[in-house]
Design a protein around this ligand. Sequence first.
Ligand code: 5GP
Length: 204
Amino acid sequence: MSHNITRVLIPPKRIIVITAPSGAGKSSIVRKLLRQNHTLAFSVSCTTREKRVGEEHGKDYYFVSAEDFKRKLASNEFVEHEEVYPGKFYGTLKSEIEKIWAERKVAVFDIDVKGAEALKKQFGQDALTIFIQPPSKEALINRLKNRGSEDEKSLKARIKRSEEELGYANRFDKIVLNHDFDTAYMRVKNHITNFLAPQTEHVH
Ligand code: 5GP
């Protein structure tokens, strides 16, 4: 038997956080990542906002009432939570991350900039945070408008918030400009590959 063993160390408990201003195109990047890499699993958040057409409970979000959300908050079930828009709460459940890790998968988040910062603080080196930068403020506003899922009031709130969120870019590990989807996707994918690359150590 050899006394010179190469051990592959893959820390199992890791997370990848994709963040951006609302409307920067992060959800499409996240969806493609999940389709193409089955060691990644989406961390389904809890929210009190209304379900949009085509969304599914347990897949896109856990849609809960404000009372339920408050109860979960009181019993310390969230790793982080934010009132992303007035009266609309979003939160990451501890149980969701534990479930993903128990399957030996890497948790992937589509989350706002404040939530992303909170996760980086808690998970440190075990978290990779990637900020998706829209090509311009105008492009961001146009994307929000074209989505057409908002009424006038919530559209205005989203535009205001997105503009503020642009200023958060340099708080994250990586910034990827989303000028062209395929290029942005490849850059995100490469950052993830490097982050997840197995580290080796030699044991004598
Ligand atoms: P939407 O309502 O468009 O699905 O999401 C609005 C914003 O909330 C997006 O920027 C989304 O990434 C963010 N978000 C989704 N889930 C969470 C969460 O659990 N925590 C935080 N802080 N933000 C979230």
